[in-house]
Design a protein around this ligand. Sequence first.
Ligand code: DGL
Length: 272
Amino acid sequence: MTWKSIGIFDSGVGGLTVLREIMQTLPQEDTIYLGDTARVPYGTKSPETVTRYAEEIASFLFRRDIKLLVVACNTASAVALPALKRLLPIPVVGVIEPGARRGVEVTRSGRIGVIGTAGTIRSSAYTRAIKRLKPDAEVLTRACPLFVQLAEEGWTDNQVARLTAEIYLKELQLAQVDTLVLGCTHYPLLKPMIAETMGKGVTLVDSAHETARTVAEILSRNSLLRPASEEGNHTYYVTDIPAGFVRIGNRFLGGKLGDVFQVTLDEAGGAL
Ligand code: DGL
């Protein structure tokens, strides 16, 4: 029996934090990752543009015969998930729903903070997902765009990072949220510093971790899980030259990246 791979994509390296969690939860699965490094960032772009990019990538990965697609990018999950679900005849998993579900599970006071890119916060996707599950929740949101650059630069625990976090997170602290959803692929790298800034008593929710659990559940429910005795292979594609992705990627993945292949936009694009 041949087992199909899990497809996963992001605007760039950030989604490797989601891939890392999937590799930990499901080490037996083959994965195909695409980082749209030629068109990153998505967080500053319009929903229409991000949806078009996401559809092109979903088509590219579907043609590589995947069994499930993970939209690792929070911004793409926030604006393009319904379009991708319509496009593909396989399960499509975004990061918003799992992160929202976990936030609702862990909050005691019902005051939940959400941080993400400008695009994710503007979409209100997390607020809607949380309110669907817990209509009386109070959701406070804040875009923290500079966190993306800090994480990529490796500035996760210096004065600049701390000061930036203090400014971004001040209102959420004052509002006394007891739960903070990290609604961006890059934020898990800043987790210790964000936790320290928010102070004790605030639980941080990592969307990446929750998404991996959701993927495992869906594959198991559909009898699509590979036997645990297998060892997964991992393939990486990018849309710009691989150098930058490789340099930063190992840190995001928390391990060694395999070979990274460049694909052209024409190959990545096109209809199903
Ligand atoms: N991957 C994006 C996200 O999770 C962050 C980087 C970007 O703006 O493209 O929203």
